[in-house]
Design a binder for this molecule. Structure first.
Ligand SMILES: [Zn+2]
Ligand SMILES: [Zn+2]
Ligand SMILES: [Zn+2]
Length: 256
């Protein structure tokens, strides 16, 4: 199995447009971050988690020629605004938990017909636990951000388990509802949106470290990094707490 980070930035990517801060001006290539997308390959099946506004250039740059599955974590623009590319893959299976898929279509209401007309072969399903190759795939319910109705918007992580390897991808959360699902992970990919827990719905780097101490994965990688923290600074910061790394665009994990 292969995991590749196609984008590791937050809502505005790094550098942010119209920002002159130190991180945005950094020459470190690891401080160039597109919006968050995770690519997973299991036995020739290509899976994408989220498809933000940089999705098209991420597919081109990484020479991804086909997609079998697209999963969505939640209906925020930085995770779903590249949805037009979903029209270009025949027989794509697009899934998200019921509330997430409903919210996605509520947000792109006028584009839904366009998408279905352009890609009549696309299957859209409410996500159900499934097996791809040797991996069981399930969701993890999260609390992320309250929307304008003062309710938490539906938001999930995805967890992949086989007898050989297990990992979870939780890109945006403030609190993990189904934390019991995260026991015995080989790899926990968690969010690092800002250093500290924020009132904008993010656990941030230090919030993820608290979770790391609780669930004790073998390895943790932080993603969804914004311009407030540079790669070099964060790498130094997290190394004090265990086997923790900071993701960068193009980072790969191969399990074979
Ligand atoms: Zn900046
Ligand atoms: Zn979000
Ligand atoms: Zn996000």
């Amino acid at each position: 199995m292969k995991i590749k980070f196609l984008g590791t930035g937050g809502v505005s990517g790094v550098p942010e447009w119209n920002c002159d801060c130190e991180v945005c001006k950094s020459n470190d290539p690891k401080d160039k971050r597109l919006r968050p997308v995770l690519f997973v390959q299991i036995e020739e099946k290509n899976i994408i988690i989220d498809f933000g506004p940089d999705f098209r250039q991420q597919l081109l740059k990484n020479e991804i020629k086909k997609l079998d599955f697209a999963f969505l974590t939640h209906a925020h623009g930085d995770h779903m605004n590249g949805y037009m590319e979903l029209a270009r893959q025949k027989n794509l299976v697009f899934e998200a938990p019921r509330k997430v898929l409903d919210e996605f279509f509520r947000r792109i209401r006028s584009s839904k017909d366009w998408l279905l007309r352009r890609n009549p072969t696309m299957q859209m399903n409410y996500f159900k636990k499934k097996k791809i190759g040797q991996f069981e795939i399930d969701t993890v319910a999260l609390k992320h951000q309250k929307d304008y109705e003062e309710e938490y918007m539906p938001c999930y992580g995805y967890i992949f388990r086989s007898s050989e390897f297990s990992f979870a991808y939780l890109s945006d959360y403030n609190e993990i509802i189904e934390i019991e699902k995260l026991k015995n992970l080989d790899l926990f990919i968690s969010e690092g949106n800002g250093l500290d827990k924020s009132n904008t719905g993010h656990a941030g780097v230090n919030g993820s470290i608290e979770v790391y101490k609780k669930i004790k994965p073998k390895r943790m990688i932080l993603t969804h990094i914004n311009h407030k923290t540079g790669h070099a600074f964060l790498t130094e910061h997290v190394s004090k707490f265990g086997n923790i790394e900071i993701a960068y665009d193009g980072m790969e994990i191969n399990t074979e």
